[in-house]
Design a protein around this ligand. Structure first.
Ligand code: NAI
Length: 464
């Protein structure tokens, strides 16, 4: 068996990016992946396929609601569900093959199969044992069940995000358990396809951790699109019988019990680290209380030579957080100073409008007793947004009251997921809101709303 510098277990965004960077830095690298295709959850059953479905159904929404207003008359397109799924699968194929190509180009070996670690320095895949100086666990996460309810998921009637991307037909009714990112993205997909979607959320507001003003506006806009919400309600039981599901939930305010029936139930109550089958117990690897692999600042586990990145360790379960950790760890292993700035990790929800945020929320600033100022700007004041039926939403910039340094930014509006990055760059450079406000932004672009919010932190926005 070949001797590697690095063997990475898992080819999701954490693992594959880490592998490419290791190879670029001169380390002999292999990735162990048991799926038929590379790319992990993100490329196969997560970020990428859901974005294809969001794009397709948003296009349908545009045709149904906005085409006629622009003088584009005629029958709206009808939905060919099989073709929509085929388009989604084609997008997956293009992306996963892309990683295969990148592995070949960078001379990263793909060891096919499921890996385990019998001891430091060794990775077992099937009957073969491969040797490596460094082993990196990047095995990702799995959908978590409804806490305390242990629902039987059949991926047909009661589904996780994986089954929701493969339904045999478009359901007439759907209950989504959990008003987080997955529930709202996939809930939007089906609402646009005509499904009657009800989201049940345990907390009093959707998207926990989100800036409260943004979350409120987000719920309002999704309701306008037809999604129904039952908040402050805990789901205690979900059962499937004869191709239909029954959901039992209790309202937290008065403990009253309720029941809903649906063709499909999407369980979207979070994800849990995927650590089974790796042999971690035998190695004595230290875990956190929440079942994640404990690591130090350099992603080293408690066992020398074994590292972990991405969803299996602490922090937000986001593809780009895993990617950054992968790059940082590769650099550390190559003797460089790899580093991730956890204060500047954007979060994006790819609904329409999109929701994006970076840095601290107003609630967090209040909690810390920080002296801050708020610059807000509505997309209604943005010419480009008005032209594109995209005036819903706003930008909220938070800056230090004394120094003007940007502390956070929260956007609900068109292309929010792309717009947020100018603030990420600004924050990485320790910029003040005035720095953004004094930067020329092309007209007419959505990005002008970012500048206007920065201006609103100072003397005031122009178009407000
Ligand atoms: P989540 O943690 O975002 O949301 C789960 C929601 O379920 C929470 O609001 C929670 O209060 C609620 N909940 C829990 N138990 C409940 C119960 N018994 N009854 C009613 N509600 C209940 O988890 P989600 O949406 O499943 O996503 C999993 C992970 O995947 C997250 O870390 C997310 O960031 C990531 N992800 C990110 C995406 C993106 O960046 N666009 C897209 C999809 C997933």
């Amino acid at each position: 068996m070949a001797q590697y510098d690095v063997i990475i277990i898992g080819s999701g965004p954490g693992g594959y990016v880490c592998a490419i960077r290791c190879a670029q830095l001169g380390l002999k690298t292999a990735v162990v992946e048991g799926r038929e295709t590379l790319g992990g959850t993100c490329l196969n059953v997560g970020c990428i396929p859901s974005k294809a479905m969001l794009h397709a159904t948003h296009s349908l929404h545009e045709a149904e609601h906005n085409f006629a207003k622009m003088g584009l008359k005629g029958k709206s397109p009808s939905v060919d569900w099989k073709q929509m799924l085929a388009y989604k699968d084609d997008v997956i194929g293009q992306n996963t093959k892309g990683i295969e190509f990148l592995f070949k180009k960078n001379k990263v070996d793909w060891i096919k199969g499921w890996g385990s670690i019998p001891e430091a320095g060794k990775v077992k895949v099937g009957d073969d044992t491969h040797n490596a100086k460094h082993i990196i666990i990047a095995s990702g996460s799995d959908s978590a069940n409804v806490p305390g309810a242990e629902v039987e998921i059949d991926e047909k009637v009661i589904v996780t995000s994986t089954g929701a991307l493969e339904l045999a037909s478009i359901p007439k009714t759907m209950v989504v358990v959990g008003g987080g990112v997955i529930g709202l993205e996939l809930g939007s997909v089906y609402a646009r396809l005509g499904t009657d979607v009800t989201v049940i959320e345990y907390l009093d507001a959707i998207t926990p951790g989100q800036d409260a003003e943004v979350a409120k506006q987000f719920q309002r806009l999704l309701q306008k699109q037809g999604l129904k919400f039952i908040t402050g309600a805990g789901v205690s039981k979900v059962e499937a019988k004869g191709g239909k599901a029954t959901v039992n939930y209790a309202l937290r305010k008065n403990d009253s019990q309720h029941e809903l029936k649906a063709d499909t139930v999407l369980v979207a109550t979070g994800r849990k680290p995927h650590t089974e089958g790796l042999g971690l117990d035998g190695l004595g690897i230290k875990m956190t209380k929440r079942g994640q692999i404990a690591v130090d600042d350099g992603y080293a586990t408690s066992v020398e030579g074994i590292y972990a990145i991405g969803d299996v360790i602490e922090g937000p379960m986001l593809a780009h957080k895993a990617e950054d950790e992968g790059m940082a760890l590769a650099e550390i292993l190559a003797g460089q100073a790899g580093h991730v700035n956890y204060d500047v990790i954007p979060g994006v929800i790819y609904t329409h409008p999109e929701v994006a945020s970076v840095g601290m929320t107003e609630e967090q600033l209040k909690e810390e007793g920080r002296d801050y100022k708020v610059g807000k700007f509505s997309f209604m004041g943005n010419g480009r947004a008005k032209a594109n039926f995209a005036g819903d939403g706003f930008v909220k910039m938070l800056a230090d009251a004394k120094t003007d340094r940007i502390l956070g930014c929260h956007v609900i509006g068109p292309m929010a997921g792309d717009l947020i990055h100018e603030v990420c760059v600004a924050m990485e450079f320790g910029a003040a809101a005035e720095d953004l406000a004094r930067t020329c932004h092309a007209h007419p672009t959505y990005s002008e709303a970012m500048r206007e919010a920065a201006l609103a932190c100072g003397d005031g926005a122009i178009h407000a």
